[in-house]
Design a protein around this ligand. Structure first.
Ligand SMILES: Nc1nc2c(c(=O)[nH]1)N[C@H]1C(S)=C(S)[C@@H](COP(=O)(O)O)O[C@H]1N2
Ligand SMILES: [Mo]
Length: 256
């Protein structure tokens, strides 16, 4: 089930824009002002608009809403209560003994308790969640910006992706996991959320911690996060796809 991103678009973006953007870290906006770059885009006319959108929007903010826009209920999708005994023990103790492990390509591999995460700078945002299964919901999320956690662990310069490992196992026995690049990881609206609609994050929505990556589709927003790893490639992930659903054919870059 591929949506929005056709394989050809992915290849095109990966080649032309990916290379250009990494080469010119000064900012991709400048690229659209050069003479040669729009010509590259013209070579794939129907891809032009999506490509332009991607160029100008990687750093832009997702739309934020007001309290009046909140969905009456923020439904749950996928796992609503992980089976893993370790997770269940944490849930029964109201996550008092739970800690987020952050390691990989970092100077200071660390464990963060929920209390420590709550004591860090927090951000609250009302955003719309879009699931590829055809539903959307608006919720108010509170959490610690992922950038704060990354600053604490000091990523190595070669770190390029952030991988989220979850507590739940899907029907086929594989663990849920997800990954994003550092642009999304450092985006101001990317938070590790422990609150939903002014209350502690419910188990059905990923307690004790789930990520919000507001400019991506719902499946990127890993729930029940146990560990975050910084990596330079996906070499370290068994199936190499960068996410549970990606390993089964979904696009890795699910920007909207
Ligand atoms: N660990 C984990 N994270 C997950 C899922 C899941 O099954 N397990 N489902 C994903 C999908 S497809 C969606 S749409 C959202 C659903 O979030 P919600 O349960 O808060 O509605 O979580 C995403 N993150
Ligand atoms: Mo979803």
């Amino acid at each position: 089930m591929r949506i929005r991103n056709s394989p050809s678009r992915r290849k095109f973006l990966g080649g032309a824009i990916g290379a250009a953007c990494t080469a010119l870290l000064s900012g991709c906006d400048a690229l659209s002002k050069t003479q040669w770059f729009p010509k590259i885009l013209d070579t794939a006319e129907h891809l032009n608009r999506t490509a332009q959108g991607l160029i100008t929007s990687r750093k832009s903010m997702a739309q934020e809403f007001t309290e009046a826009d909140l969905s009456p209920e923020f439904r749950s999708n996928g796992t609503d209560y992980p089976d893993a005994p370790e997770y269940r023990a944490h849930a029964e103790a109201e996550f008092a003994n739970w800690a987020l492990r952050v390691d990989g390509l970092v100077n200071r591999p660390s464990d963060f308790s929920l209390a420590q995460l709550r004591a860090m700078r927090s951000r609250t945002q009302i955003t719309r969640h879009d699931c590829v299964e055809g539903w959307s919901a608006i919720g108010k999320w509170t959490g610690v910006p992922l950038s704060e956690v990354l600053a604490a662990v000091q990523p190595h310069p070669q770190a390029r992706y952030v991988v989220f490992y979850c507590a739940d196992t899907m029907d086929d026995g594989a663990r849920y996991y997800e990954s994003v690049d550092l642009d999304d990881a450092y985006h101001p609206q990317t938070i590790l959320a422990y609150g939903l609609n002014g209350k502690p994050l419910p188990i059905a929505n990923g307690a004790p911690l789930r990520v919000r990556i507001e400019r991506q589709l719902g499946y990127k927003m890993a729930k029940y996060i146990m560990r975050i790893e910084l990596v330079d490639t996906f070499r370290t992930i068994a199936d190499g796809g960068g996410g549970y659903w990606e390993d089964r054919g979904y696009e890795w870059y699910a920007g909207i």
